[in-house]
Every structure is written in structure tokens, then in C-alpha cells.
Design a protein around this ligand. Structure first.
Ligand code: GUN
Length: 282
């Protein structure tokens, strides 16, 4: 039976640390949050980010733009926020409407305010081990592992998925922590064999309950980055599930993150930490 990694509790600890630092040092931290269009999931994420800011004592500025906002208008807003000395971090909620090039928008953000850690400069800094903002979800996974007492150095780590937001930075971070890292993806052959060598298995493939016990070595630590809304009728009464089939994998793992309440809450906690860092750097 696996121990459960309580992401909600660890995220709360991190938010409390950020709040305490902001109060102690009387910092004036400010995050600008931009949302374009009315994607319901994005609206929930943005609302949660603003609530977390309020909790931590970070000022948040909100920009809600229509779905047909031209790219140039969004870039102009980002430019204005880049120049604004009171703004420490700028976050543009993704995905953006199709007519807007995401890459152009990410690159328009001043790297000193790129609290999402998505820009080329931030990603490049991570790859060569220099200072820069680290993308919040993979940074949150590292915190979960460390605060759960998992030794990373020298361990076999398999990262499933190679997205720019999670898989690739996750692999870089585990490498920085001295794990031996393998990345598997949709074209990988013998994926089960490779995964079942992992001491630490990090799953970010975007397929509900794909990972069953056949993929997991006895005693492995399993981190589930996936989150899917599913029909409770076919999912034991639960509305959400991850990429990992929790009930199947839990008996063989030594530690496991649940969905919800695992990696999810960590993303926002690490965002708060990045805003604190940006405010300190100002
Ligand atoms: N959309 C889904 N996750 C994220 C995130 O971490 N940051 C931003 N900006 N958009 C997202």
C-alpha cells in the first residue's frame, strides 16, 4: 500500500511561507493576469490564481479580453505591463484563441516578469542550469518529492510526455537533481518495459487512467500530472481522474499523488513563489 503525497497540504505550506515572507519584509508584489476569451476551464484557473494572490498578500491585476482581440492589441497590453514598475509578474492564461500565436505572446513578456517560466530565455536558463523562472507544474513536482522525503539523486526517473510546459522542463529539472532521466512519448517502443524500470515515474501524457500496474515497479514513487473530467457513473462516483489508474497502481507504489489533491494545487503555489522571487528581484 502506498503512502499518499498530499499536494493540497504541501501547497498550503508553500503559500503560507510566501505569505509570511511578504508580510515580514513588507514586499509589494503584484501579478497581472490576462485571459482572452471565455474558456470555462481557463476562467476557473484564473479565479484560483487570483484567490491565491489575495491569500498571500500579492496584488493581482485582472485583464479580461474578448475572444476576438487582435494579437497586436494583446502585445500592446503586455508592453504596457512590461514598462509598469509596479507589476512584478505577467501571466497570460493559455490556451489562446486560434488567431493568436502563443509563441509571439510568450516572447512578448519581459523575461524578468515571466513567472510562468515559458519563455525561450527561461527554458534555456533551466537547460544550462542558470538562474531563471521555472515552469510552475514541474517545479511543483520537485517540491512534492523533496517535501515527501524522496531522494532524487542517482534514481532512475522516467518522465512520460514531452510537452514544452511539463515533460521537457520536468526532465531537465530531474536531471538537475542528479536523477538518471528517460523521457518516453507516443512514438516510444517498449514503453511498459522502460516505465517499469523507474524508481520515480512522472506521468504527463494526457490520457485518462492509461497507467496501470504493469507500468510500475514495486515500490516506485508515482507522480500523476494528468487531470481529466470524467463521467462519475463509469469512474466509481468520482468526477475527476488522472493519467494513472490510481486503484490499480496504489497497491504496488511506495508513494503516489492522488487526483485531485496531488500535483494540481502545487502549480498555483509555485506561481506564488515565482511572483515573490520576481518582487524580490525588482
Ligand atoms: N494553461 C494551463 N496551465 C497553464 C499555466 O500553468 N500557465 C498558463 N499561463 N496557462 C496555463
Amino acid at each position: 500500500m502506498a503512502g499518499i503525497i498530499d499536494g493540497k497540504k504541501i501547497a498550503q505550506e508553500i503559500k503560507d511561507e510566501v505569505k509570511a515572507e511578504i508580510e515580514r519584509d513588507k514586499l509589494e508584489a503584484c501579478l497581472a493576469v490576462i485571459i482572452v476569451g471565455e474558456d470555462p476551464a481557463s476562467q476557473v484557473y484564473v479565479k484560483n490564481k487570483k484567490t491565491a494572490c489575495e491569500y498571500c498578500g500579492i496584488k493581482s491585476l485582472s485583464y479580461e479580453l474578448g475572444a476576438d482581440t487582435p494579437e497586436a492589441e494583446l502585445v500592446a497590453l503586455i508592453d504596457k505591463l512590461n514598462q509598469d514598475e509596479k507589476v512584478d509578474g505577467i501571466l497570460v492564461q493559455l490556451p489562446l484563441p486560434e488567431h493568436i500565436n502563443e509563441d509571439n505572446i510568450i516572447e512578448a513578456i519581459d523575461p524578468a516578469k515571466d513567472v510562468d517560466g515559458f519563455s525561450r530565455r527561461s527554458v534555456g536558463a533551466l537547460s544550462i542550469g542558470s538562474e531563471g523562472f521555472i515552469s510552475c507544474t514541474p517545479a511543483g513536482v520537485i517540491e512534492l518529492l523533496k517535501r515527501s522525503g524522496v531522494d532524487i539523486a542517482g534514481k532512475e526517473c522516467v518522465v512520460m510526455g514531452r510537452s514544452n510546459i511539463v515533460g521537457k522542463p520536468m526532465a531537465m529539472l530531474m536531471l538537475r537533481e542528479n536523477a538518471t532521466v528517460t523521457v518516453v512519448h507516443s512514438k516510444t517502443r517498449h514503453i511498459e518495459d522502460i516505465c517499469s524500470r523507474a524508481d520515480i515515474l512522472i506521468v504527463a501524457i494526457g490520457k485518462p487512467k492509461m497507467i496501470t500496474e504493469e507500468y510500475v515497479k514495486d515500490g516506485a514513487v508515482v507522480i500523476d500530472v494528468g487531470i481529466h473530467r470524467v463521467d462519475p457513473e463509469t469512474n466509481g462516483g468520482k468526477k475527476l481522474c488522472g493519467d494513472v489508474d490510481y486503484d490499480d497502481v496504489e497497491p504496488v507504489a511506495s508513494l503516489i499523488t492522488p487526483v485531485p489533491g496531488g500535483v494540481g494545487p502545487m502549480t498555483i503555489a509555485m506561481l506564488m513563489k515565482n511572483v515573490l522571487i520576481a518582487a524580490r528581484n525588482r
